[in-house]
Design a protein around this ligand. Structure first.
Ligand SMILES: Nc1ncnc2c1ncn2[C@@H]1O[C@H](COP(=O)(O)OP(=O)(O)OP(=O)(O)O)[C@@H](O)[C@H]1O
Ligand SMILES: [Mg+2]
Length: 298
């Protein structure tokens, strides 16, 4: 197996934000073709981590540590180089599909434009590729729907279009930040199945970010639990559900009725901890730092 993404002791701080880092000493490696989940409550640093990999952090962020994609260091790369890599070597699906599509532009053209941004192909070739992609992600009658604008599609179909655009240039790494949060459960399952099928077909490596343990159990091979910017635990998905190591992970699973991961959502720190015991949450944070250090030190 080859490592696609290798993150070493990653730290992200926001100038003018919280005094604590948003990402704190995170180390992990993602292997080719796997779906790696990052699960964590709101504010735990998941999107910050994803944006750091994509080189999409705002100007007030400072990054320390290392992010290697196929062996190439990304931290410190210039915007031009990152722009060339985005969409080709790595691509990202954002939570809100509607927000990443232009509302007045035919969806097919939006996908075709992504193709043309990175490849010297004719308009016609890009158009055919866009139709092929729409077909592949399960848009019925893709040729006829090429010219439809986003609001003519349901939420689930719009998310498929966003996925098609993200996959337009066969990126080696696909980062999906809460790709199904806005969707109802049935559509959510279909979109997850789609991501799973696409990685099998194309060998795409997927970093899937979610606060939903159900999503993790459905498609992730391995999962890391993030808390307060650090990693508390990293395990194979089946092992995490069967034998959670960390008390926080156990609490998350316990908060999840009948142990059935489907549809469950992460609470923002179990109430008895957040309200009654700040100390508890400080200890978790210290644990997260320590675990990160241990992982970093091998
Ligand atoms: N641009 C920014 N400036 C200052 N602080 C920020 C910025 N973006 C994120 N943060 C802070 O970084 C921390 C992590 O935020 P992040 O968005 O990564 O969390 P998350 O795990 O993705 O949460 P959610 O599940 O709600 O999407 C939070 O404390 C947040 O307030
Ligand atoms: Mg987020």
């Amino acid at each position: 197996m080859s490592t696609v993404l290798s993150i070493g002791n990653l730290g992200v701080r926001f100038f003018g934000g919280d005094t604590r880092p948003a990402v704190d000493g995170v180390s992990l490696e993602i292997e080719k073709g796997e779906i790696f989940g990052i699960v964590g409550e709101s504010g735990s640093g998941k999107s910050t981590l994803a944006n750091a990999v994509m080189g999409l952090l705002p100007a007030n962020a400072t990054v320390s540590g290392s992010i290697r994609l196929n062996g190439h260091e990304l931290v410190g790369l210039g915007e031009d180089e990152l722009r060339r890599m985005r969409g080709v070597d790595m691509s990202m699906i954002f939570q809100d599909a509607s927000a990443s599509l232009d509302p007045v532009w035919p969806v097919g053209d939006q996908i075709a434009e992504t193709v043309r941004a990175h490849r010297a192909v004719s308009r016609r070739e890009a158009r055919l590729r866009a139709i092929e992609l729409m077909d592949e992600v399960g848009i019925p009658d893709a040729t006829a729907r090429y010219r439809s604008v986003p609001h003519r599609f349901s939420g689930g179909m719009r998310q498929r279009i966003v996925i098609a655009a993200a996959l337009a240039n066969n990126p080696g790494l696909l980062i999906a930040d809460e790709p199904t949060t806005a969707l109802d459960v049935t559509i959510q399952a279909q979109v997850l199945q789609l991501i799973d099928r696409l990685r099998h077909q194309h060998g795409t490596t997927v970093l899937l970010i979610t606060h939903d343990l159900g999503v993790v159990s459905q498609v992730c091979d391995r999962v890391a639990v993030m808390y307060g910017g650090g990693l508390l635990e990293l395990a194979k998905t089946a092992d995490l559900f069967a034998r959670p190591n960390h008390p926080y992970t156990r609490a998350l699973l316990a908060a999840n009725p009948s142990g059935a991961p489907r549809q469950s959502r992460l609470p923002v720190i179990p109430a008895e901890w957040s309200v009654e015991s700040l100390e508890q949450s400080e200890r978790l944070r210290a644990d997260a730092s320590r675990t990160a250090q241990e992982v970093a030190n091998g």
